[in-house]
Design a protein. Structure first.
Length: 699
């Protein structure tokens, strides 16, 4: 083992979000990424859906096509890039171009990519350019897809100039399940051509097995077989029941449907489509063992029996009104061989071709000619694959750094000048811009785990005029939450700049800041007082209306000479009220006395009292804010994260921007403006005077 191999790579880390993140800055970081402890990666896997990332690059990254990007796949890609580039650090400088000299021709894949890139530049008339761009590749691939031979192994009628082969290819396409060429046209490939000609031979053999005597003269065999198959089981059932009634006449009553069974049909239309009626016997069961063909048939089966009569019975047995058990068995035996032959039909997709047309396909060498075209098309495949590798390498040059900065580490999220690939856009609502938004597929399911993020979450349904719809979740990390309620509307701008109408459908409440937690008890108290005051006012209004109605009724119904009864006062109630008021006054007096005893420290005492009231709410908020994390939101979206990604108060304030007037702005007051309230200032002055008077009085 060489010294270079034995010496471990020296990594550089930074601490963001409460955890250590590797910093990828040089080529050796890419070369040795497979040696980085997986426990130090931010993510172990993520879904390919819901990411704002180049979709073509995602397809290259998702090597097994399971809809997820996994750690081993990222390592495979970085190892491959390290082999085919002299300097894999180029991917840390994203560009959509690549110099041919940067490709490592000592590597097998690198040599193929270099040759394909050079060939492509020659086709574009830029053989001396020495540099290839992603646009060069995609444009040439579009041209190649519409070329005569494009390497996908699919042949269309346009692939050949031979009109005879063109017509045969059209026949194959029309009489099979075609495949699609890279150009978008329907065509055939090797497997389809071989299957088609195999079906042609099998159908010819099947047609040759048919015997003329199987179908009587004047009878349409196909129609006869279909009409027989449609009623065979039902007629067999009828005759079996009749024979049972012959064996024991008492069974006839039981074998027919009971009268109670007719009740469910009383309100239905009895026709061939009536499934319940179709379950009844074909005709009344009796020991006679004859099936009526004209009258007395089950209405649900009349049409099918009529078709049997016209297609089989009348041409073979004549115009009958009843069918005996022996006649029925004779008919079945007459057509058994033909029906069995039909059941073994081969090459059903070729039923539009007669035996002469099928034989004509085998009488020429069309199969070999078409397969030769397929072979010529497949001969282009290596060049196409190499061009695809050129595109893959160019896409990694342009986009792989972004993937690594959202998978191995997470600098794109913490640097607000960039956007992480999982961020869906910006939600403008309630005077704020929420930048931490994610697409979700099931808001209720997502909220179950997403709520563990300790963020204040608003799940929104977003719609557009064209009928488009999506679900998002937005984290509010700054500003008040008093008016963040279900039903509020906002506007969501996605990463493509499209605007969506957004409506809050679900809210997961968590603290937004410790400062808000300070005022939380007082806001709750004010809401409680408002609710109680409203309730008391409503009760008083209701009692007043009731009393007025009672007095009016009493005034109208009471005799004029009747002496009104004076109301009696309940001394006990008055005493209780006095005790209550006295207790409250005493408590307030003691509290004020204690505050006045503080003298000039009384403001400190008032602040301490307020802090004492708010301390529990603030402490709980502080605990939850320390636990605020991005990880549960991503886990709920299908990511497999390795760590807890904390969102502290400073960073949270950057994720949600509150509206502020621009610097240098001025504000004018119009006559329509809300008049300035003076009572808070007056009340404040009175409180200060009262405190000063108390201090002067006691000291």
């Amino acid at each position: 083992m060489s010294a270079a191999q034995s010496t471990p790579h020296r990594w550089t880390f930074t601490r963001l979000g409460g955890f250590n993140q590797v910093v990828l800055t040089k080529a050796d970081d890419i070369r040795h990424l497979s040696q980085l402890d997986p426990k130090l990666w931010v993510a172990l896997s993520c879904p390919t859906s819901g990411l704002y990332f180049d979709q073509a690059t995602l397809k290259y990254l998702d090597r097994d096509g399971d809809g997820r990007i996994r750690l081993p796949e990222v390592i495979q890609v970085t190892n491959w890039v390290s082999r085919v580039l002299h300097n894999p650090g180029l991917i840390l400088d994203p560009k959509d171009t690549l110099r041919l000299d940067d490709i490592n021709t000592d590597d097998k894949d690198g040599a193929a990519i270099h040759a394909a890139a050079q060939r492509l530049l020659e086709l574009l008339g830029k053989a001396d350019a020495g540099e290839i761009s992603l646009a060069d590749v995609t444009n040439q691939q579009s041209t190649l897809a519409n070329a005569r031979f494009n390497g996908d192994g699919v042949i269309t009628p346009n692939t050949t100039d031979d009109e005879h082969l063109q017509s045969i290819i059209r026949i194959i396409v029309a009489n099979s399940t075609p495949v699609t060429d890279a150009s978008g046209q329907a065509g055939v490939n090797q497997a389809l051509v071989n299957q088609f000609y195999s079906d042609v031979k099998a159908r010819l053999a099947w047609l040759a097995a048919a015997q003329p005597g199987w179908v009587p003269d004047g009878v349409d065999g196909q129609r006869a077989a279909e009409s027989l198959s449609a009623v065979r089981g039902k007629i067999d059932d009828y005759f079996s029941r009749c024979r049972a009634a012959q064996y024991d006449p008492r069974a006839a009553e039981q074998l027919n449907r009971a009268s109670a069974d007719w009740s469910s049909l009383a309100t239905q239309d009895i026709s061939e489509a009536c499934a319940e009626m179709a379950e009844f016997p074909l005709a009344i069961i009796s020991p006679t063992t004859e099936l009526p063909l004209i009258r007395g048939l089950n209405p649900a089966w009349e049409a099918r029996i009529k078709r049997l009569q016209e297609a089989v019975i009348k041409p073979v047995l004549g115009d009958l009104e009843t069918l005996t058990y022996e006649q029925w068995n004779s008919l079945k035996a007459r057509f058994d061989d033909y029906q069995n032959w039909l059941k073994g039909e081969a090459g059903q997709l070729l039923n539009a071709l007669n035996s002469e047309e099928l034989q004509a396909l085998l009488d020429n060498d069309s199969q070999a000619a078409i397969l030769s075209l397929v072979k010529q098309d497949l001969a282009v495949r290596p060049m196409v694959d190499a061009m695809n590798k050129v595109e893959e390498l160019l896409r990694y040059r342009l986009y792989l750094k972004t993937l690594l900065n959202n998978f191995v580490s997470l600098p794109d999220f913490f640097d607000r000048d960039t956007r992480a690939i999982f961020e869906a856009g910006v939600l403008f609502l309630d005077g704020r811009a929420c930048e931490l938004t994610l697409e979700v597929t099931d808001a209720a399911k997502h909220a179950t785990f997403g709520g563990l993020s300790r963020c204040y979450l608003a799940y929104c349904t977003c719609t557009r005029k064209d009928g488009s719809k999506k679900e998002i979740v937005a984290a509010f990390t700054e500003g008040p939450h008093d008016f963040l309620i279900v039903g509020r509307n906002g506007v969501f701008f996605d990463r493509h700049g499209q605007d969506w109408d957004a409506t809050i459908t679900k809210v997961v409440e968590n603290p937004i800041s410790v400062g808000q937690a300070f005022f939380s008890p007082y806001k709750k108290l004010i809401r409680f007082i408002e609710k109680q005051a409203e309730k008391s006012a409503q009760e008083a209004e209701s009692a007043s209306v009731t009393k007025l109605q009672e007095q009016s009724t009493k005034a109208l119904s009471t005799d004029a000479e009747q002496t009104p009864v004076k109301p009696k006062f309940d001394i006990g109630v008055l005493a209780a009220l006095g005790v209550a008021v006295g207790g409250i006054a005493t408590a307030l007096g003691l509290m004020l006395q204690a505050l006045f005893d503080l003298g000039w420290l009384m403001p400190v005492g008032i602040f301490g009292l307020a802090l004492l009231v708010s301390a529990p709410s603030m402490f709980i908020a502080w605990l939850k804010l320390r636990q605020r994390s991005l990880a549960p939101l991503l886990d709920a979206s299908g990511w497999a994260l390795n760590t807890n990604i904390k969102i502290n108060s400073f960073f949270g304030s950057r994720l949600t921007k509150v509206a502020h007037l621009p610097k240098g702005s001025s504000r004018i007051i119009t006559r329509h403006a809300t008049p300035k309230r003076r009572w808070p200032a007056v009340l404040g002055v009175l409180i200060v005077i009262a405190i000063a008077a108390g201090v002067w009085y006691f000291y």
